[in-house]
Structure formats: structure tokens, C-alpha cells
Design a protein around this ligand. Structure first.
Ligand SMILES: [Zn+2]
Length: 102
């Protein structure tokens, strides 16, 4: 199952702040794509994760609105993607994400 989120990020390729498409496979962030220049990054290559993906992580921790809106649209689907039985907690989600990038 693939899920798509969007976030405004500064692209490391074209240098513009543009909408980026974030593709998830389950709860794993799989790839990002810049809507301005099409720059595509596969996160299989964990060692090559660029700084702006880390920046994304920090933005979403400080601005969890998108994730909360998504949780509101599909609370069961959202909760299923989170570890354990806790209610949706974006900060916890992103801590997990950070673990994955190590
Ligand atoms: Zn770009």
C-alpha cells in the first residue's frame, strides 16, 4: 500500500521551496519528489538522505497539522500505522522515522 503526503520543502536540486510529494509504503517514507524540478530521492539509500529530509522531520514535529488532519480523515488507518496502541502522536511517529534513517 502506498500513501502520499505533501509538504513544502526547499529542494536541494533546484533550490526552490516547492511542494514535495512524499510517498510512504506503509509507515515507511519511501521517496520524495520535487514538484518544481522533479528531483526524486529514494530513501532506500538511507546513507544519502539529504539535510532537507531531516528539515522536513523537524517541520512536521513543530507543525503537526497535516498529520492531524489526516488522522481526522482516516483515524483507523492512521492509528494502524503507528506502533503500539497509543492514540495518534505525530511526535512519536517522527521519532520512529528518525530511527529508520540511522
Ligand atoms: Zn526541485
Amino acid at each position: 500500500m502506498t500513501d502520499v503526503e505533501h509538504a513544502d520543502l526547499r529542494c536541494e536540486s533546484c533550490g526552490e521551496v516547492a511542494d514535495h510529494e512524499l510517498r510512504y509504503a506503509g509507515r515507511l517514507l519511501e521517496s520524495t519528489r520535487c514538484s518544481n524540478c522533479g528531483h526524486h530521492i529514494l530513501l532506500d539509500q538511507r546513507s544519502l538522505v539529504p539535510a532537507y529530509v531531516r528539515d522536513l522531520e523537524q517541520r512536521l514535529v513543530s507543525k503537526p497539522g497535516r498529520m492531524l488532519r489526516r488522522a481526522a480523515r482516516d483515524p483507523l488507518g492512521y492509528a494502524r500505522q503507528l506502533p503500539g496502541r497509543d492514540p495518534p502522536q505525530p511526535a512519536k511517529f517522527w521519532r520512529e522515522f528518525r530511527e529508520l534513517l540511522r
